[in-house]
Ligand binder design. Structure first.
Ligand code: ADP
Ligand code: MG
Length: 702
């Protein structure tokens, strides 16, 4: 490598080191206070910071700046402004004011708002989030200074993914600090959620990608028969990386490192042409920003290498899809990870309390976690024996499970698989250490030693909502626990009783077995755990009474923000399926049917010529093939007509819950019916006639 990582890392980030270097001491101190303690920022300070930021950016070649935000589309948005400002002598100077840094006014009318903002009040605001550092991004447009911002309506309602995430980080910090204080840690002032998302993706040849309208318009293949080889040989997972992919990865890493993204691991995933990248974990808001950057960068760099990066959850039917494992932990400003069992008995008890709080939170709000991982793509993946089922459960491992069971059964735990016993008041709790022994890949929510891994998140989605939900549901339980413990007469006894009660009441959420098995589906039903199969079925959880009470209590979402999110979700589902169905119809009409007709004519011509040449020769093979093809063609035509009729009907249904359900219940199955005969034909029709690259070509020829 020509460039040393240490030299290029974060070279394009306006980070702490740059601020120390470039800001007057007083300004730096004031800004730091805002970043660390969430204090309001003085406008005078913003002016000085803006100026320093501009000088730094221009020195590094920047011509434009942009407020970089994350509207409810789930991807990022930006509008570029150049720094130029005209002077009296017909020239320009480069300017960037504090006001421009702190606030932007994009036209909000073209972003999803779920009814929060009528188009006649199109004003929306972007507000500088000084807790995520500004950075430079270099591409064909030149160098742009990107300022991470929150996006809200004129009336202050959040129109983005980031604002609620920041609010939820505040909520969990407040409650977790109360718990730490109860355990005597008075030096704990803040608790931060750390997140490490593992990003899965596919890389395919760009030229082949461009030959498929389904990939171009929907991000996934809507047709395609399985090739003779799939992933059954398990030869791709952790396999050696192909040269072309390796050079993509090299360039991707360098781009990411320059922007301060800690790209750390890379490997081939289970499916052919599938890969994964994981950064080192960071505070939840930065991890969320960086995950967006990773996804954007993957697409851009792939393009430069003649590749297309697919982030869709299920680009190929019958082949493993992509997800995002969201690793989550809680760390105090004194550096203690609250999900680390710790070394002393005292730490063990605090850990058990936090663990039981997470169990309770997940059990009470499994429906919210489910919707936080829902999108149309993930509907194809969850529960399909390749990803966690749509049922939420928690894996804790055998050692912890043993402790929990003893607590429930005897009220105390006398033994531990290793280690001694602790006393808590008059009771005992076993001592235990970090459990590194077992892992379970089939669990949607697994404890992995010192963090939880939420494995349901969709590969193309923002991780913001998943972490907003996680933070808030855990904050809520910690809040109720703190309420109870703060008034307890005997703290040790009260903690013991609370852990026991919580574990007993919520143990049903713990499942350490095979989450892909049919038995688990039945067992979960017996336990009363929700099994929410589709995105549309999951949406009502977001603005249920329970959810409104939860999010309002912790100031994460207002009721109107929740209603608007539900609207946005219904609408985005309908739109996605609408595009998929239209793409199918068009591909069948202008690509597949003409191809099949050509093929049947080829067969008919062959039959006629053979008959003319040698009248009594056996032509049963050709005739059978012609009959079989024609029969499938009829099936295609019938399924096409049905889908077209349904789409006609769909267009008359009002957008929202009704239309989303119509698409899910009627259109999606009809799409499946249309796909089946086309896929069967792909295996019959002459290869030279087939109008689109096949799965074999897409997955293996790169
Ligand atoms: P695996 O595939 O074995 O789960 P990876 O190394 O691919 O492991 O990804 C693990 C992710 O979890 C990384 O992003 C890592 O930085 C992150 N991680 C590790 N420890 C923590 C923690 N305490 N809190 C949050 N994330 C963490
Ligand atoms: Mg993992």
């Amino acid at each position: 490598m020509s460039e040393r990582i240490t030299d290029i890392f974060a070279i394009d980030v306006f980070n702490d080191a740059i601020m120390v270097e470039r800001l007057p001491k007083k300004t730096y101190a004031a800004l730091k206070k805002t970043i660390e303690n969430g204090e309001d920022l003085d406008p005078g300070i913003a002016e000085i910071v803006a100026n320093a930021m501009k000088d730094w950016a221009i020195e590094r070649g920047a011509t434009h700046y942009t407020h970089w935000f994350q509207p409810m589309t789930g991807i990022t948005a930006e509008k570029h402004d150049s720094f130029i400002s005209p002077t009296n002598n017909g020239k320009v100077i480069m300017e960037f004011s504090g006001k421009e840094l702190v606030k932007g006014e994009p036209d909000a009318s073209s972003f999803p708002s779920g009814g929060l903002r009528a188009t006649f009040e199109a004003r929306g605001y972007t507000a500088w989030d000084c807790t995520s550092p500004a950075f430079l991004r270099e591409d064909a447009a030149g160098v742009t200074l990107c300022i991470p911002t929150a996006f809200c309506s004129y009336t202050g309602e959040a129109l983005d993914m980031k604002t609620p995430l920041l609010r939820s980080m505040e909520a969990i910090s407040t409650q977790a600090v109360r718990i730490c204080k109860l355990f005597g840690h008075h030096d704990v002032k803040r608790v931060t959620t750390y997140v490490g998302p593992e990003q899965e993706y596919f890389l395919i040849d760009k030229q082949k990608y461009l030959k498929r309208n389904d990939l171009i318009f929907t991000g996934r293949t809507l047709f395609g028969a399985m090739p003779p080889k799939g992933q059954e040989m398990d030869d791709h997972y952790y396999g050696s990386i192909k040269e072309r992919v390796a050079s993509f990865m090299k360039e991707l890493n360098i781009e990411l490192w320059k922007m301060g993204v800690t790209a750390k691991t890379q490997h081939n995933e289970a499916a052919p042409a599938q890969h994964e990248l994981a950064p080192i974990y960071a505070t939840a808001n930065i991890a969320s920003d960086h995950n967006q950057l990773i996804m954007e960068c993957m697409k851009k760099v792939a393009n430069r290498h003649g590749l297309a990066c697919l982030l869709h959850e299920k680009p190929f039917a019958g082949v493993n899809g992509s997800g995002k494992h969201n690793n989550w932990s809680l760390v105090t400003n004194t550096g203690k990870n609250l999900l680390d069992p710790g070394k002393t008995p005292h730490e063990n008890i605090q850990f058990l309390l936090i663990l039981s709080a997470v169990l309770q939170a997940v059990d009470e709000h499994a429906d919210l976690l489910r919707i936080s991982a829902a999108n149309p793509g993930n509907d194809h993946r969850l529960g399909a024996a390749e990803a966690p089922p749509a049922i939420i459960s928690v894996f804790v491992g055998t050692q912890l499970e043993d402790v929990l069971i003893q607590l429930i059964e005897t009220g105390e735990a006398r033994s531990c698989k290793e280690g001694g016993r602790l006393s808590v008041g008059v009771h005992t709790i076993p001592e235990f250490r970090k459990d590194a022994t077992d892992r379970n890949r089939t669990s949607p929510f697994a404890f992995t030693g010192n963090k939880f891994e939420f494995r349901m998140v969709a590969s193309s989605m923002s991780i913001a909502l998943a972490n907003t939900v996680l933070n808030t549901i855990v904050a809520d339980v910690l809040c109720r626990m703190a309420d109870e413990l703060e008034t307890a007469e005997n703290f040790d006894l009260a903690v013991h009783d609370l852990i026991k009660k919580t574990v007993t009441n919520h143990h049903r959420i713990v499942f350490n077995g095979n989450g892909y098995s049919e038995e688990w589906v039945k067992e979960a039903e017996r336990r009363g755990l929700p099994n929410i199969k589709t995105m549309v079925d999951a949406i009502p959880a977001i603005n249920s009474e329970k959810s409104i009470a939860l999010f309002s209590k912790h100031n994460v979402f207002s009721p109107s923000e929740l209603h608007s999110r539900a609207e946005v979700l219904y609408e985005s589902y309908s739109k996605a399926i609408n595009i998929e169905a239209k793409t199918m119809i068009s591909m069948v009409n202008v690509q597949f049917i003409p191809t099949i007709i050509k093929y049947t004519k080829r067969l008919a011509d062959a039959i006629n010529s053979i008959k003319a040449a040698v009248p009594d020769v056996d032509i049963s093979v050709q005739t059978d093939l012609l009959k079989k093809t024609s029969k499938l063609l009829t099936e295609v035509d019938q399924a096409l007509k049905k889908l077209q009729d349904l789409m006609e009907e769909a267009s008359t249904i009002e957008v929202g819950v009704k239309s989303a359900n119509f698409f899910k219940d009627k259109v999606v199955p009809a799409m499946q019916e249309l796909r089946a005969p086309v896929d069967a034909l792909e295996l019959i029709v002459d290869k030279d006639l087939w109008p689109v690259p096949t799965y074999g070509e897409l997955l293996f020829e790169i």
